[in-house]
Design a protein around this ligand. Structure first.
Ligand SMILES: Nc1ncnc2c1ncn2[C@@H]1O[C@H](COP(=O)(O)OP(=O)(O)OP(=O)(O)O)[C@@H](O)[C@H]1O
Ligand SMILES: [Mg+2]
Length: 624
């Protein structure tokens, strides 16, 4: 590290600390007051010890007896000082702890809050691992130096106090102090500068080691089935070895500097004794003063280390802070509008795309962004079901994201009941549309919590109704604790089809007026899929049917739709009924047939997720 940049780091680090102090000024004041009290009491204790030796011990040795009064006075003074020291330590520790953990909590909240506000486009560009470390280790790293900061500030005050008291005692002893204290300070600075890059490397390797472990555990299935155990172990061992080397190099540096930091004050004490003895003989100082100063040197050594601790943590703090700033200063959130639908309207909604163009932002700003959708125009009329069909990568999921406003079009409009979705309030949007995503996400919580998501008005009755519509009531009823069953991290205790139906029930529980299903039932038996869709189009409880936009492949599913929109490479190529498209669009016929063949092969080799007893007797008419 060049000295210019390390000075820069210290300067920027101090600015980060300044921000911390501005955020928690009162607690910081308490901690520093405690620390200064402690420092002053350290100096005072040196003078009291000197006084005891000079005024009690020496005369007692000379006379052969101790005066009770002097002894009692000395004991009382030492006791008083000790009590104040304890109070000081208590105030400092408590204040520093409060400050550090409060800042951590505050910034964790700010960062996660920001994640929720930032648009999906931003999340597409940022890896989950980074988001996690932003909220965890970066927040911690940024506020690490807070813990020793009050101690360091108090120590600085103490050093000034010590030098002043030395000058008041004797100029020759003061000169010894002026030589030793700055040397101690300089040694600390050198130590921290040498330590910083080693600590940073160790920190980075720690993250890498746990990253590799995490990936191996996550991909345990691939690792095991592909016989990659040996390679994975080797990959982990290599990084673990690097971490070991980095930590040993940290230890080695400690081994060199720690003894020096211990010895320097002792050398100072020795110098004090030599110089002091001369000054004593010259009659310039008393025994009391000499003992006080010698004692002062020994007790100062430890607190001076606190300054080094702060300096050593600054580079890590700056790095953590910079990463936090990237999140906190990120822009691009999608502001919501002011238009609200009447929440009492149970009628299905009309969705319309008008000449929509869209492209994902490139991963790096200088790369050109390609257009993923162009001239997309279609309507899902109220209460109707529209199927979105197209080859992989055609833009079906992108259309689904636009329909529920996860992203906004570059040009063109998406409207719900004629209102541009950008003009709707967040609440109206959330209660009107629901997306069941291509990849189901299940929280590590109970079945009930996964479906209700704490939304008001969703009681157990609603939850069961939604489960029935999603054809999931059968398996949920069979779970050991029903709605209270925990489903495990990402729903690991459920089958793929069960997970899909749970997320479908979650969308249905809000009684949306428009339902967007992105390949949401691919893992369930085709007959169950058709039954679900039929149930949504004509709810058994007599409720209003929702408008449905469904991304589908299966002929049975597509055949239920009122209209099919066929997309290829981000364009609407054809639209019409399933039968029309089969007859007129060659690409469409090929795709549906190819999918059907694959599906048949699949059915021969595996059985689908278990069929719920309810649907086994249900006849669904499909055009096969
Ligand atoms: N987050 C993203 N960032 C950049 N490009 C993306 C992103 N998501 C999708 N794309 C690109 O946009 C295009 C359309 O993707 P989309 O997911 O909408 O396809 P799809 O029709 O849903 O495909 P599939 O049938 O495989 O689900 C693809 O070329 C894809 O590579
Ligand atoms: Mg998709």
């Amino acid at each position: 590290m060049a000295s210019g940049t390390s000075r820069d780091v210290v300067g920027r680090g101090l600015r980060v600390l300044g921000r911390a102090i501005r955020e928690q000024p009162r607690i910081f004041a308490v901690a520093v007051t405690g620390s200064v009290l402690f420092g002053l009491m350290v100096i005072a204790s040196a003078y009291v010890v000197g006084g005891v030796v000079g005024k009690v011990v020496v005369p007692a040795v000379a006379r052969g007896s101790v005066t009770d009064g002097a002894l009692a006075l000395a004991a009382a003074a030492l006791f008083g000082i000790s009590v104040l020291r304890v109070v000081g330590i208590f105030g400092r520790r408590l204040g520093a702890g409060y400050m550090q953990y409060r800042l951590q909590a505050t910034y964790r909240r700010r960062v996660t809050r920001r994640y929720l506000d930032l648009p999906l486009a931003w999340h597409h560009r940022n890896a989950t691992g980074t988001l996690l470390s932003n909220a965890n280790s970066d927040v911690e790293a940024a506020w690490y130096p807070i813990a020793p900061l009050p101690f360091a500030v108090g120590t600085l005050v103490m050093l000034v106090g010590a030098v002043v008291s030395l000058f008041l005692t004797d100029w020759a002893l003061a000169l010894v102090g002026l030589a030793v204290f700055p040397a101690l300070f300089a040694l600390n600075v050198v130590y921290s500068r040498r330590m910083a890059p080693r600590q940073a490397r160790a920190q980075r390797l720690r993250a890498e080691v746990s990253g590799i472990a995490h990936e191996s555990f996550d991909g345990a299935l691939v690792v095991k089935t592909m016989g990659r155990e040996a390679q994975e172990t080797a990959r982990f061992a290599a990084r673990a070895g690097d971490l070991r080397d980095a930590l040993i190099s940290v230890g080695r540096l400690r081994g060199v500097f720690d003894p020096m930091l211990e010895t320097l004050p002792s050398l100072g004490t020795l110098a004090v004794l030599v110089v002091g003895a001369i000054r004593l003989r010259q009659g310039a100082i008393t025994v009391t003063e000499l003992v006080s100063v010698a004692f002062l040197f020994t007790v100062l050594a430890f607190p001076v280390r606190a300054i080094g601790w702060v300096l050593a943590e600054l580079p890590r703090s700056v790095a953590g802070w910079d990463r936090l700033r990237r999140v906190l200063d990120a822009t691009g959130e999608m502001p919501y509008g002011e238009v609200a639908f009447d929440p009492a309207t149970p009628a299905p909604a009309t969705l319309a795309f008008h000449d929509v163009h869209f492209g994902y932002e490139p991963a790096e700003a200088h790369l050109p962004g390609t257009e993923v959708l162009g001239e997309v125009t279609f309507t899902v009329p109220a209460g109707k079901t529209v199927a979105l069909v197209g080859p992989t990568g055609a833009g079906k999921s992108t259309i689904a994201s636009l329909a529920v406003r996860l992203v906004d079009p570059r040009t063109g409009t998406v409207t719900l009941d004629g209102v541009d979705v950008r003009e709707l309030t967040a609440a109206s949007l959330a209660s009107t549309v629901a997306l069941v995503a291509q990849v189901p996400f299940v929280f590590d919580d109970t079945v009930r919590a996964n479906i209700a998501l704490d939304r008001p008005g969703i009681d157990d009755e609603e939850v069961w109704a939604a489960l029935r519509l999603a054809e999931a009531d059968g398996f949920v009823a069979a779970l050991p604790e029903g709605l209270d069953t925990m489903v495990g991290e990402r729903g690991t205790s459920l089958s793929g089809g069960q997970r899909q139906r749970l997320t479908l029930a979650r969308a249905l529980a809000g009684r949306p007026r428009l339902l967007v299903l992105d390949d949401a039932t691919s893992a369930v038996d085709p007959r169950v899929e058709a039954a679900i869709l039929a149930g949504l189009r004509a709810p058994a409880d007599g409720g209003a049917p929702a408008s449905i936009l469904v991304v589908a492949y299966r002929r049975a599913t597509i055949a239920l739709a009122d209209e099919v929109i066929y997309v290829e490479q981000g364009r609407v190529v054809a639209r019409g009924t399933h039968t029309d498209l089969l007859a007129t669009v060659p690409g469409y016929a090929d795709l549906v047939t190819a999918y059907e063949q694959a599906e048949q092969e699949r059915e021969q080799t595996r059985t689908y997720d278990e069929v719920t007893p309810l649907t086994s007797g249900l006849e669904v008419e499909v055009d096969r």
